[in-house]
Write a protein of this length. Structure first.
Length: 423
């Protein structure tokens, strides 16, 4: 969300943001609506002032004058009552449009229509060379009975899975490793519920446009969220923090849910595009300063790189173009890990800087050292998301005998095992 005053004063920049992010929104209509609201509110205030002044005349009026004054007051009151719904209706219409206004992307962000226009900025690690015919991740899982797909689909529907034995331990080890790394870096570890109120999803920007991706629990009027970012972003709603409190680092761990609407027929095999998953999310609240935000954006990205490097996975970093970064992003990077069976990189981490776009939605502010109240900046990035990262992990670390090698940094979380699946 952007400030309506900023939109009025920077209409061309906002229109350009809509254009490069592929968002259909009539900014001129919004500005005209705002002007209409200002006019109506002025009229309403004048009527209310007139009614108040008029009512003060009644007690001192003569018996002959009083009936006429009362009737005039009633007429003014009717005009006030008639105008209020119109003002509210226009304000609601404006607010619904404001929810859709995109953040202005960084001038450093590449222009583009979709992910095909993203720009590779870095590659790391050597791609594996196998002296045997490698298996894909589903074949590896089935070889060791590490996952079950068919039976669980009968109970839970498509895009469901059930990990078994060593895979469950490996999944837990990855998250435990990630959480400990983040805690050492000063993050507060926070487990979050899977569900959230509607306003929290508006707060992150998942609503109003992403409703088709979210599971709704009508009896409780709650939604299942797709990331701990939803809950953490609202932790400080309506608060005014002190600049001394910033930055605040959170590492959110939670079960996550995504309907995957519109993806039918895509990535239906195995663990890539599932409805339920586990995620450890990095989240930062910092002061309203572009350089400060850029510093923490770099740190979040480097932390994800450290995790992927410790998992010993070949990866690349791409900078997302304006058409792929989403409405609220100023700048965004994806970390993509190599999947041998597909001969391509797949996204495992998404690192975003949003400046004050989210904090305006949640009214999260701080008082700076000069006493001025400002909206915070927010940033987020994946630390570990499973089972997605298990796909490149299993395929890159598979051995000729069918076992899977465990990188050294993960072994302490798996009882020191160097391999799993050895006969």
């Amino acid at each position: 969300m952007l400030d309506v005053k900023f939109i009025r004063e920077n209409a061309d920049a906002v229109k350009e943001a809509c254009k490069v992010k592929g968002i259909q929104l009539d900014i001129d209509k919004m500005i005209d609506l705002d002007k209409e609201i200002v006019t109506l509110k002025t009229e309403l205030q004048e009527l209310q002032a007139l009614r108040n002044a008029h009512s003060k005349k009644i007690p001192s009026a003569s018996a002959e004058e009083r009936p006429k004054l009362i009737e005039e007051g009633r007429e003014i009151g009717q005009k006030v009552d008639a105008l209020k719904p119109s003002v509210q209706e226009k304000e609601d219409e404006l607010k619904n449009m404001l929810w859709l206004v995109p953040q202005i992307p960084s001038p450093k962000a590449p222009l583009g229509k979709d992910d095909s226009d993203n720009i590779e900025v870095k590659k790391h690690g050597n791609l594996p060379e196998f002296s045997f015919k490698p298996l894909d991740h589903v074949e590896i899982l089935e070889k060791h009975s590490w996952a079950e797909f068919e039976r669980v689909a009968k109970v839970c529907g498509s895009r469901s899975y059930s990990l078994r034995n060593e895979m469950v331990l490996l999944e837990m080890a990855m998250h435990r490793y990630g959480l400990e790394k983040l805690m050492k870096k000063g993050f507060t570890i926070a487990s979050t519920p899977a569900f959230a109120r509607e306003e929290a999803l508006y707060g992150t920007g998942h609503f109003p446009t992403g409703r088709d991706q979210v599971y709704y629990l009508p009896e409780d009027d709650m939604y299942l969220s797709g990331t701990a970012e939803v809950q953490i972003n609202s932790f400080h709603t309506d608060e005014i923090l002190s600049e001394a409190d910033l930055p605040i680092f959170y590492a959110g761990f939670s079960p996550c849910f995504r309907r995957e609407a519109g993806s039918y027929g895509r990535d239906v095999r195995g663990l890539i595009r599932v409805h339920q998953f586990q995620k450890t999310e990095q989240y930062i609240i910092c002061k309203n300063d572009a350089a400060e935000s850029e510093k923490w954006h770099k740190m979040l990205l480097e932390t994800s790189e450290e995790i992927v490097q410790d998992f010993e996975l070949p990866y690349r970093i791409v900078e997302c173009c304006t058409g792929d970064m989403g409405a609220g992003k100023v700048r965004m990077y994806d970390v993509e890990c190599w999947v041998p069976s597909e001969n391509k990189y797949r996204e495992t981490h998404s690192c975003s800087a949003l400046h004050d776009w989210q904090s305006r939605r949640t009214n999260t502010r701080y008082r700076d050292n000069e006493g001025k109240v400002q909206f915070c900046h927010t940033l987020n990035n994946t630390a570990v998301a499973t089972p997605r990262i298990l796909v490149p992990f299993l395929e890159n670390h598979q051995q000729e005998d069918g076992s899977v090698r465990i990188p050294e940094k993960l072994r302490p979380y798996l009882g020191g095992l160097e391999f799993i699946g050895k006969k």
